[in-house]
Design a protein around this ligand. Structure first.
Ligand code: ADE
Length: 227
């Protein structure tokens, strides 16, 4: 899989993409992530990527020209299955969407910033608009990092067996079960006996029961909505 990210603030993406599992996924060549600085696609002395909105109003809008130039240059090199704008007014990201994106070959992400993006970018370039939740960030960069993290860990071969995504919260519509590690007793709190029993069938039954109870008490909406 290849993911290209177009941004006016490339530094914001550096460290989230270079640590832990995302770093390993790139080292193992399971995924290639390339960040593109919008300022490299400007032609004025000040490398201007934003401007004031027509009709007035507060804040700056990302100009269309650098985004079009960057995206069109990338599209000339390969076909992207989705060109995604990260924006708070997009479709809300979830595990189902992460699964869907994890089987694509080429994704192009555009990070919105400042007060917004010139509407012609959405009209002509973008196939999908995604929000990571109902709150407003200063820009789409952290949202892109969240999306990339959730998607890349699902790409086959990225996680090793012990880290399997199949038992994740949400993967089958339920939250995860409680987890414990050594010691068996800590500050008077004990690991449930069943986990120490060595009986795999009992452990599985207990975990499934815990997952159902947790989902019911914390996120009953997950049991009611269709996935
Ligand atoms: N840009 C600003 N807020 C955002 C959000 N919640 N999701 C995606 N992109 C954003």
């Amino acid at each position: 899989m290849r993911i290209d990210i177009v941004t006016g603030l490339p530094k914001l993406l550096e460290s989230p993409l270079q640590e832990s599992i995302l770093r390993r996924a790139q080292e193992k060549k399971k995924v290639e992530i390339v960040v593109h600085d919008l300022r490299d696609y400007t032609h004025d002395k000040h490398k201007t990527i934003d401007d004031t909105p027509y009709g007035g109003g507060a804040g700056m809008i990302l100009k269309p020209e650098p985004i079009f130039e960057c995206v069109e240059a990338l599209q000339a090199q390969r076909q992207y299955e989705e060109v995604i704008l990260l924006t708070p007014d997009g479709e809300v990201f979830n595990q189902r969407l992460a699964n869907e994106l994890s089987i694509k070959n080429n994704l192009l992400l555009i990070c919105g910033h400042y007060k917004g993006v010139d509407e012609r970018v959405r009209e002509a370039l973008v196939s999908r608009e995604i929000s990571i939740g109902d709150y407003v960030l200063t820009g789409g960069e952290l949202a892109a990092a969240v999306l990339v993290d959730a998607v890349v860990r699902l790409v086959p071969g990225v996680l090793n067996d012990g880290e399997s995504a199949l038992s994740d919260s949400f993967q089958d519509g339920l939250l995860g079960s409680p987890q414990y590690t050594r010691p068996t007793e800590f500050k008077g709190m004990k690991v449930p006996d069943v986990l120490l029993s060595g009986n795999h069938a009992d452990v599985e039954e207990w975990r499934q029961q815990q997952r159902l109870e947790r989902t019911k008490s914390r996120r009953n909406d997950l049991l009611e909505t269709e996935k």
